[in-house]
Write a protein that binds this ligand. Structure first.
Ligand SMILES: [Zn+2]
Length: 675
């Protein structure tokens, strides 16, 4: 481990087999550490219980995080195989730790001691985890919980595979005439897809793959309404039973029933209450309060937008499958924004170094030094050293911006280590995006959405770099799910800040600043289509809540009644729309049935409420003159209250300190044009 590379591993020396073997050894070592802590005769102290527990966890986390880097960012069959091997091992290791009753009792006893606030909070978080695994229950109940957790894992993974398959089976084949409206590169993408999937394309030259959400963004380009209708229908029919091979409804209803039983065993009326109790929301009623305020104004906005769009669309009939097409045509005409002109001012390196890093320098005093001498895991990745204002190094930032075969889709942050007093000395963080790599010699020009994503993911990175806590498990973004998107969403605000824009939005060839016309369009188009955006997400959130508020003795709908359950739920909640389907319908709601967001999809709106209120703070109290909060004092306060604290205390306390009160959700309602 060399000092200059902050513990970065020698990526070139890592193989899938080696990595899997290392994790197996680390699990064995961890099991031994846990056994030793639990078997002690001496009464529990921080030194003989919490400290070795935390350090044992890091020793296992290190090789696991390296493996996840390869599994997610490199991928391929060999790393998929490592994933398949290690996921159940790590899960059952976690069960073994948090169902270890003598360990649980040591933690309980230790928590009753006089302790400093950070240590007391850390212990209470571990105790929450023990109880979430059922350590406090009788042996028979624990056995049932283990059974439930293994069956639920099985169901989730099968549902996830079905959802992937449904997107493939639902792919829409298209003829030459039917792709009218697409540009050359969009056509090339669909043609390549058809060539790679001859059977599904069925002899047609183009094949459109479905993406996860109900709305298929590309369908806004097709000029033929019949084609848009086919794509829309194929998308929302996924998992509805018309294709038995991808019908997850029986599995979904079983999963919902088991989750209700799990909640019941833990003493909660339903699964949504269980999840809320583990989050900053605390209870379902707090979640309801936020959602309830959004429903009626969202419906009103949807109706208004429907009228505008039907009018703009001009020719009858205007149907729900024309919505996206009309909306995007209206956006382009109203704000005269040419996306390729905009992109010529959004070159990747400029955006990152002169935009994202520049804002972090103005706010937090951070410096970034390129380290081309440090090798990442991918040839086109980039590495920077991150330093405090006084020159003290905080760690390394790895930017992996390009799409590659095998790399997971979307954008995300990942850490290899997080600083803490009792753990690592440095933070090492990755940001992943999936920007298409240009031809050799061409510039990498981003879309506006990708620019926001760069700022967003770096907000997660700031949470990791600025962390200043005692205990490793409380560092950085190890916060509840409904808090974790808060710092990252706030960081998006700097992408549009005039001074930051001036600094990075320069034409890639001429270096000219972005014309006022485009800058105005960018700020004026904020808030456009908020009725649509909010309705989609709110419907999905309420659907998620409805599934998980069915108690153990409640009626889970029969598989054949899933569609009825959806419609009745949305109508009862007052959010049903004849125009807009939920962002995900139950049959392809991967977040809640296969990927950890069960009863937690509300987190996005919850974090956004904190975010919108904080953006208001930067723009008012945080401002010096007309700088909109882009100054060291405001940054320092955000850092002290929120970014440095991780989960070393109730995360909402930091927000309270910053704002001087609890969250005012009206900021979110204003942003989403709901008041
Ligand atoms: Zn995020």
């Amino acid at each position: 481990m060399s000092e200059t590379t902050f513990g970065l591993p020698d990526f070139a020396a890592i193989t899938p087999e080696g990595s899997a073997a290392q994790i197996r050894e680390a699990i064995a070592a961890h099991t031994a550490v846990i056994a030793t802590i639990a078997a002690q005769d001496a009464p529990p102290t921080v030194a003989n219980t919490l400290l070795p527990f935390e350090q044992g966890a890091i020793a296992l986390r290190q090789p696991a995080q390296i493996a996840w880097t390869f599994i997610e960012s490199v991928g391929g069959p060999q790393w998929d195989e490592v994933d398949t091997q290690i996921t159940p091992l790590l899960a059952s290791n976690e069960d073994d730790v948090y169902l270890n009753v003598s360990l649980y009792h040591r933690f309980e006893e230790l928590a009753s001691h006089e302790l400093d606030p950070q240590t007391a909070w850390c212990l209470s978080e571990h105790l929450k985890e023990f109880r979430a695994h059922g350590a406090h229950l009788a042996a028979a109940q624990q056995a049932r919980l283990r059974e439930l957790s293994s069956r639920m894992a099985e169901l989730s993974s099968t549902i996830g595979q079905m959802i992937v398959k449904a997107a493939q089976n639902g792919a829409v084949p298209l003829t030459e005439e039917e792709v009218a409206g697409l540009d050359a590169s969009e056509r090339a993408g669909l043609a390549a897809n058809a060539a790679a999937n001859l059977e599904r394309a069925g002899g047609t030259p183009y094949l459109l793959n479905l993406t996860l959400p109900s709305q298929q963004l590309l369908s806004s380009s097709f000029t033929n309404p019949a084609v848009r209708k086919r794509i829309f229908e194929a998308s929302i029919a996924r998992g509805d039973g018309h294709d038995p091979a991808t019908d997850p409804r029986a599995l979904i209803t079983e999963l919902v029933r088991l989750r209700a039983e799990q909640a019941d065993l833990m003493g909660f009326p339903n699964y949504a209450e269980l999840i809320a109790s583990q989050s900053t929301a605390g209870s379902s009623s707090a979640v309801d309060e936020l959602l309830g305020a959004m429903v009626a104004p969202t419906q009103k906005n949807v109706e208004r937008e429907a009228t505008q769009l039907a009018e703009f669309y001009g020719h009858a009939p205007f149907t729900r499958s024309d919505w996206l097409f009309a909306q995007e045509s209206l956006r382009a005409s109203r704000f005269s924004m040419d996306s390729s002109e905009l992109s010529s001012y959004l070159e990747l390196t400029n955006v990152v170094e002169n935009g994202v890093f520049f804002a972090a320098k103005q706010l937090y005093g951070l410096d970034f030094v390129a380290r081309p001498d440090v090798a990442g895991y991918a040839p086109d990745g980039r590495v920077w050293e991150v330093r405090e204002e006084d020159g003290r190094p905080l760690g390394l930032f790895l930017g992996d911006y390009y799409a590659r075969e095998g790399k997971r889709g979307g954008a995300w942050m990942h850490d290899l280590s997080l600083r803490s007093a009792h753990g690592s000395e440095f933070t090492v963080v990755l940001n992943n995006l999936n920007v298409t790599k240009p031809r050799e010699g061409d510039p990498t020009l981003l879309t506006w959405d990708q620019v926001s994503t760069c700022f967003h993911e770096f907000g997660h990175a700031l949470h990791a770099f600025l962390t200043d806590v005692q205990w490793p498990s409380t560092a950085g973004s190890n916060v509840p799910r409904d808090f974790v998107e808060y710092p990252s969403q706030v960081n998006e605000m700097w992408a549009v800040h005039p001074q930051v824009l001036d600094h990075y939005a320069l034409h890639w060839q001429t270096g000219d600043p972005m014309p006022v016309r485009l800058r105005t369009a960018l700020s004026e188009s904020e808030g456009f289509a908020e009725g649509f955006n909010t309705s989609e997400i709110l419907q999905a959130v309420l659907l998620d809540q409805a599934w998980h508020r069915i108690g153990a003795a409640g009626d889970v709908p029969a598989p054949g009644s899933v569609a009825t359950f959806e419609e009745e739920t949305l109508r009862r909640a007052g959010i049903y729309s004849q125009w807009i389907p939920p962002r995900y319908r139950s049959g392809y709601f991967n977040h809640i049935f296969s990927s950890g967001y069960a009863a937690g999809y509300y987190s996005y709106l919850w974090s956004e409420a904190l975010d919108a209120d904080t953006v208001d703070w930067f723009n008012t109290e945080g401002s010096r003159g007309a700088d909109g909060g882009l100054n060291r004092e405001a940054g320092q306060k955000m850092r002290e209250c929120v970014l440095s604290r991780g989960n070393s205390r109730d995360p909402l306390e930091g927000f309270g300190e910053l704002r001087g009160r609890s969250v005012d959700t009206r900021a979110l309602l204003r942003r989403r044009r709901l008041i």
